[in-house]
Design a protein around this ligand. Structure first.
Ligand code: F6R
Length: 606
């Protein structure tokens, strides 16, 4: 989603800003722009790729201070005018902003009455005019930003530059910003990975903070007035820039990285002889695990699907009630928070605004939340304080793949740990741990020989709609398969628990309709077989994901087999053919597989 990069120092700003924007590209955007101080403020902005912006300013704009932005449209269409930076009418202030100004519609006419001429349809533009207004009244840059922010409601991660000033002012409320401090130069980014090539000394802005950033120096202030503490952190992990290696796309690369990523996730966390797992970062003793009355998991999209598998595993192994919540709905429904319950917030990016708000709501009401997160040092990881890193490594494709397997694995490991503290026997634990440790090799074996994926692609690529079915742990896998195909190949998909299909969606089936069924060899398989037959009776074409050597294959028109595992772990294998189906269908349809339209990698607005 929207990205920010800023620079103040002795070097030419433009090349650094362009490189910063390039590093933020993976988040998803529709336009980009830069503002550089060269005596006066010069702005260049454009819809399309960062490379198009770069070719608009081939020799760059001279100057050592600048801010830049990738925009993912919320308020106002995808136009050059709506791209950031926004500049004041006297061209003395420019701003880039992530987040949403909720009262922009009320403020706009008031500013217009004062003579302000708006140049865009965005909510962000009100900020630049408010700041310029307070500057006109004689306020300092810091005080102008403060006064402007007191007038607005909403969320922001923003950077402001001023004509004639060699500073950048940044502020945060709900949208991340990190300041990197170098030798005689400073960098600002909405994502720490855009900074790590320059410095490992960073300040993560907290909500309600304002920073005055100059070359190599930072002054921290509070929006409410007074100074804030300056907490310099060492950036822990530099993922560097993932390159494609031998792969044509990041999505395919990340699908193939799953065996190794999973090894990273489970390594050192399984205790084979005890039939147990240890997720140390949760900081929960066996005694504490015994007392938990309820486990509640929260996430969005793919992370939600991992939560749905996790909740089944927790209930099954630990016999403790567990629920999975759509994080984007959570706080709006005035949830009842039991302070004794355990909450787990699941997120690849650790920046998803909906999940973050749910975390804050729980904390506000006295609950404790642990994070299950990929990106080290991300906002959700820091907000939760304790939790589990899933160690997937960088996920650059917008469609999440290897994060799903690692989140699911982390939650299964948690279910074994809480299970062993309660009702799970050592033998059953040993069996699960043994099977879990075998999955990376099984994934490798499957990826070396993925079966008739291209036949399945042929069956779905021109379909009006594709139905995905599964029961138990395979119901979330069905949802994940549908989400993948929808987001990268733009084919309408429905996912249903297999039995629920006959309560409505069966009406959609016509001769030839593709139905993807996930049916591992578990206690529900025979029931799923009946549902397959119901679909077949209506002429549907069955693409069946099943375990090697299983006779359920006879129900399939297209049969794709995965290695055999214990039922609870089957999502770690059955999801992979669905990822490959989505990837290859997107390619066949000529879709931009790594950057699907309208989507963003990090969804930082609610
Ligand atoms: C789907 C996808 C999204 C994310 C969702 C949550 O492929 O990528 O549905 O899963 O936006 O993102 P995180 O996990 O970063 O909180």
């Amino acid at each position: 989603m929207c990205g920010i990069f800023g620079y103040v120092g002795n070097r030419q700003a433009t090349p650094l800003l362009m490189e910063g924007l390039r590093r933020l590209e993976y988040r998803g955007y529709d336009s980009s722009g830069v503002a550089v101080i060269n005596g006066q403020i010069e702005v260049a902005k454009k819809i399309g790729k960062v490379s198009e912006l770069a070719s608009m300013i081939p020799t760059g704009i001279e100057g050592n201070i600048g801010i830049s932005h990738t925009r993912w449209a919320t308020h106002g269409g995808v136009t050059d005018e709506n791209a950031h930076p926004h500049i004041s009418n006297q061209s003395n202030v420019a701003i880039v902003h992530n987040g949403i100004i909720e009262n922009a519609r009320q403020l706009r006419p008031r500013l217009e009455k004062q003579g302000v001429k708006f140049l865009s349809e965005t909510d962000s533009e009100v900020l630049v005019h408010l700041i310029a207004h307070y500057l006109d009244l004689g306020s300092t840059p810091l005080s102008s930003v403060r006064r402007a922010l007191h007038r607005v409601r909403g969320t922001w991660g923003l950077c402001v530059v001023f004509e004639g000033e060699d500073i950048i002012i940044c502020a945060r409320n709900g949208s991340p910003l990190v300041i990197g401090i170098g030798e005689g130069e400073s960098f600002i980014a909405s994502d720490q990975h855009a900074l790590t090539q320059y410095t490992d000394r960073a300040i993560f802005l907290e909500d309600g903070e304002i920073a005055v950033v100059s070359a190599g120096k930072v002054q921290m202030h509070l929006l409410s007035g007074g100074r804030a503490a300056q907490n310099i952190t060492t950036l822990e992990e530099d993922w560097g820039e993932a390159d494609l290696g031998e792969f044509p796309h990041f999505m395919l690369k990340e699908i193939h990285e799953q065996p190794e990523a999973l090894r990273q996730c489970i390594s050192g966390r399984t205790l084979s002889s005890e039939g147990n797992c240890k997720l140390g970062g949760l900081e929960l003793s066996s005694k504490e695990l015994q007392k938990i009355p309820h486990v509640r998991l929260l996430g969005c999209g793919t992370s939600l699907h991992a939560c749905q598998v996790g909740r089944l595993a927790i209930e099954k192994l630990a016999r403790v009630p567990a629920s999975a919540h759509v994080a984007s709905e959570f706080r709006h429904n005035d949830p009842i928070i039991d302070p004794k319950a355990l909450f787990l917030a699941v997120s690849q990016s650790g920046e998803t605004a909906d999940t973050l708000s749910a975390v804050k709501e729980i904390q506000l009401k006295g609950g404790k939340v642990r994070g299950v997160v990929n990106v080290v040092g991300s906002t959700i990881a820091r907000q939760c304080g304790r939790g589990v890193y899933i160690h997937s490594g960088p996920e650059q494709a917008v469609a999440s793949t290897k994060a799903f397997t690692n989140m699911t694995a982390a939650l299964v490991m948690f279910s074994i740990q809480i299970g062993r503290a309660r009702s799970l026997t050592r033998n059953r634990g040993r069996d699960l741990v043994k099977n879990l440790n075998a999955i990376p090799d099984q994934l490798e074996a499957y990826l070396a020989n993925p079966g008739p994926i291209m036949e399945a692609v042929k069956a779905v690529k021109e379909a009006k709609m594709v139905l995905f079915l599964g029961r138990g742990v395979s119901a979330p896998v069905a949802r994940e398969g549908a989400l993948k195909l929808m987001e990268v190949a733009y084919i309408p998909c429905l996912a249903y628990p297999a039995a629920e299909m006959k309560h409505g969606p069966i009406a959609l089936l016509e001769p030839g309709s593709p139905v993807v069924v996930i049916a591992p060899n578990d206690e529900l398989k025979e029931k799923t077989r009946s549902n397959i037959q119901e679909c077949r009776a209506r002429g549907a074409k069955i693409i069946l994901i099943h375990e090697e050597g299983d006779d359920i294959a006879e129900e399939a028109d297209i049969s794709i087999s995965v290695p055999i595992t214990t039922p609870l772990l089957s999502p770690l294998l059955t999801v992979v053919p669905l990822q490959l189906l989505a990837y290859n269908t997107a390619l066949e349809l000529d879709c931009d597989v790594d950057r699907p339209r309208n989507l963003a990698k990090s969804v930082t607005v609610e």
